[in-house]
Design a protein around this ligand. Structure first.
Ligand SMILES: NC(=O)c1ccc[n+]([C@@H]2O[C@H](COP(=O)([O-])OP(=O)(O)OC[C@H]3O[C@@H](n4cnc5c(N)ncnc54)[C@H](OP(=O)(O)O)[C@@H]3O)[C@@H](O)[C@H]2O)c1
Length: 319
């Protein structure tokens, strides 16, 4: 099978296409013939790595797992002897989590992973693009305990996490203001934003409005600039917080009693099923910017690392 590997840390040029034996599933695993993967912000951060501390858990000198890629969508083509949830021929999609291995033609994965049946309303590319941003968005929205008719401002609204947050917050009954480049206004409006604002307007002196939830998706604005727009008793969400942000946020929470949510999310099957149901009913749209063939992984990483994708980037593996 074709596999794309990163056998050392570094620039997008580290990727190589290799030929591997097709793996056999263990007794609780299914094997998936992988039609589509995705390149997410987490992928290039691990490849680089960024931050450098990633080496502590992902391999000091080189990546412990040379096959990156978290999201997948494909067809079950073999099952282990104890598997009960899936059968050969099922279409499935989901997240391998920190097991990774998504940049490959075949993946073996435990049947109890964050993975579900791909409904006929969702294509393979959409299935591969759905998990990353939406599972992050829903986890932080749940932590923010956002209520119907509350206001939320989403900074970096055209990102993978942002495009999912707009739609899920609307579904929860919130009033959504999306902050993004003017070129992305029509995109964010098309998926439900009630109001739009560009980055300069967000930071301008005249922007004095406050919101029940300030949802910073991309780690590009300072904590004080976000706190300025937080209603008393509101919740600040820092999806892309750096270590420095986390220390600052923890201190502010402690000393001023402000609710700030940050840190790694937990991907759950329950949340994947919830979002899948919305997508099936046409109430959640997966935003796909571009797709690249598996062999063009370096170009895909360059594009995603540049930081201006709209929604998600998909990898075509088997057509
Ligand atoms: N806590 C967790 O567990 C968790 C989970 C997932 C992701 N994350 C983090 O969440 C962040 C977002 O991830 P993602 O995959 O959604 O990102 P992404 O899709 O790669 O973000 C791309 C978006 O960022 C915007 N952007 C770039 N530079 C900007 C700037 N200076 N100011 C404002 N917006 C800017 C771009 O808009 P323009 O083109 O208009 O500039 C673009 O739409 C990342 O930092 C990621 O590491 C954290």
């Amino acid at each position: 099978m074709r596999v794309v590997t990163a056998r050392k840390y570094g620039s997008p040029d580290v990727f190589r296409v290799e030929n591997w034996e097709i793996p056999s599933p263990q007794k609780n695993e299914i094997r998936i013939q992988n039609h589509n993967g995705a390149v997410n912000s987490a992928d290039w951060r691990l490849r680089k790595p960024d931050p450098k501390l990633v080496r502590l858990f992902f391999g000091i000198l080189k990546p412990k797992q040379p096959v990156l890629g978290i999201s997948f969508a494909g067809v079950v083509d073999a099952v282990g002897k104890n598997v009960t949830k899936f059968q050969i021929g099922d279409k499935v999609f989901g997240s391998t989590g920190m097991q990774m291995g998504g940049y490959a033609e075949y993946i073996c994965i435990n049947e109890s992973s964050v993975m579900t049946t791909l409904p006929k309303e969702i294509s393979f590319p959409q299935g591969a693009a759905l998990p990353f941003g939406s599972l992050t968005a829903i986890d932080f929205l749940q932590k923010s305990k956002i209520q119907k008719d509350q206001t939320i401002i989403i900074y970096g609204a055209s990102s993978s996490v942002g495009t999912a947050t707009i739609q899920l917050a609307k579904h929860m009954g919130a009033v959504v203001t999306a902050v993004c480049s003017a070129g992305n206004f029509s995109l964010v409006k098309s998926i439900g934003a009630d109001f739009v604002m560009d980055y300069d307007s967000f930071h301008s002196e005249s922007h004095n409005k406050t919101y029940d939830v300030v949802f910073e998706c991309v780690g590009k604005s300072s904590i004080p600039s976000n706190l300025k727009h937080l209603t008393k008793g509101g919740v600040l969400v820092l999806v892309g917080a750096s270590f420095k942000d986390m220390f600052q946020a923890a201190w502010i929470s402690l000393s001023r009693g402000i609710q700030i949510k940050f840190g790694p999310i937990k991907e759950t099957l329950e949340n994947l099923n919830y979002i899948t149901e919305l997508a099936k009913k046409g109430k959640f749209k997966v935003v796909i910017d571009k797709s690249f063939p598996l062999e063009s992984m370096s170009m895909a990483h360059q594009y995603v690392e540049a930081g201006h994708k709209k929604g998600n980037v998909v990898i075509d593996i088997i057509n």
